[in-house]
Design a protein around this ligand. Sequence first.
Ligand SMILES: O=C(O)CCC(=O)C(=O)O
Ligand SMILES: [Fe+2]
Length: 322
Amino acid sequence: MAQVPLHPMLQQAVQLSVAGRNAEAVLIVTRLAAQNQPQALAMLAEMKWRGGMVPQDPPAARELYRRASALGHAQSAEITTNLMANGVAGPRDWQGALARLRTEARKGGGRKLALSLIDKMALTDDGDPARMPEAQTLSERPDVRRIERLFTAAECDYLRQIAEPQYMPSVVNDGMGRQVRDPIRTSDGATLHWLIEDPVVHALNRRLAAASGTSFEQGEATLILRYKGGQEYKPHFDFVRSEQNQRFKTVLVYLNHDYQGGETVFPEIGLSVKARKGDALIFTSALPDRSVDPLSKHAGMPITGGVKYLCTKWIREKRWVA
Ligand SMILES: O=C(O)CCC(=O)C(=O)O
Ligand SMILES: [Fe+2]
């Protein structure tokens, strides 16, 4: 995508914001957006999406992205397509999103690859998988299943490519609503948040929902984990303490297998899984009374060679998506 230089007034707004003068920065961006300057619309959209500098308002952000898109702002066009595909912060229009993706794909690049992957998927008109491969039960309690080749090799590679610019050191939930660094999990993680959840990622997320018998809306944003030599995820529960809308299921999809170590183990039931690229592991962390299943404790063993890439989907009991 060709980079259009940032409007000088928006450069000034960025400098003001860096200097802590947020109110002045917001004023400049808001004024320029009111004049339909596409970059200002996109910047205001981002501010409203994130919140902080202005009150968080995802539906308003989505509308601003749509306006910036209509005025030719390329990044906003892709975001608008992505939000139409996933239905976050506004109505879902899968077919409309695909029509837009076809237009965007004419320029080549990532969207062309995305379209070619979508075209190879067997999907319903709503973007759900038309059929699902059979699951094998690995354990009755806790419920642990495996579906071989849930993702194709090309889909695994695509997720790794999308994740590459997004990696950050992994954090864990401290049970008080804070995200903190913790030696329990030494990998790097890339969150495929709703703005960058393109139609391919979305269709894969719907496949993960179907594989786990849940709806897309119950899933947290997909996380791609990258474990290098010595990195691991020590024994833990995906279950979150004192949470109303509990994390009760997890789907892991292994995005490669050319590494050593890194098995997923359930020490309480003596289960160790070394999966192959594209395989999914699906398990339940809560008992019927909504308490944590102590047998669902699991770990990602340390990597002794190569790099492990994993796609993690944590799933809630009820709707999670905004
Ligand atoms: O790396 C693994 O195999 C386990 C990952 C995991 O437990 C998680 O992402 O919640
Ligand atoms: Fe886990």
